[in-house]
Design a protein. Sequence first.
Length: 243
Amino acid sequence: MKRSLSWVLVVGVVLGLGGCDRKGRDRKSPRQPATFAAWMPSGAAQAWQGTWSSRLTLTLSGATEEAGDPVALDIRRTTAIAFDGVSEHTLRFSVHAPCAVQFAQPIKVEGSINGGTAYHGAQFVIDGGRLLVGRGAAGYRKGKTAVVCSEGRDAGVHILDENGVCTTWQDWFDRWESKPQTCTWSRRDGKDVLTIGTGEWAPELIARGDLLESEQFADHVAEGTYRRTADFASAKAAVVAGR
């Protein structure tokens, strides 16, 4: 089974669901394309509220582990407090797409991008009221139509419509841009599989009812890479213990 490429923060470029302003300036998430509305799960933002043991990359040098470094999160409305084991960071939280969230982190370094913002993300689906979070690729299906949020080479939001037309939407700094994409349904071991794009690193998502999950995403869910905690104190203690 193929595994999706990990999302990497590149200064000065937004790769689908993350990055920073091309001039190092903070910016608000652009208005979502109208096609997102039909796929947006009810109560998505509310489902994220509370405290989490998670993994994020909160430095420009990159994560020390594939999924990011251990971080405690306290999400309240559109603000998230992230604790990395040493310091607390105030991030702006938003549901960026029907299956992806975004955390905006102010950049504090010397040079031309000082005062800008870095963007970090994760994928999610809501399964019978339960929020499942991971990295890789995840989404929903309605028959042969689908929406998928992915990381890696072709990071973005991919929508397959009723006519079989597949479109990838990517957030480039201050606007969403679209491009044609190849989305292919197949069968494997008695299950429907949706492949986004072509080539060795093309994400493959296995259908589980109306949910679509890559192997990487499913592994993160099973391993509890992102999990709720009783309170912020216990989430912070877990991060310190794991350092």
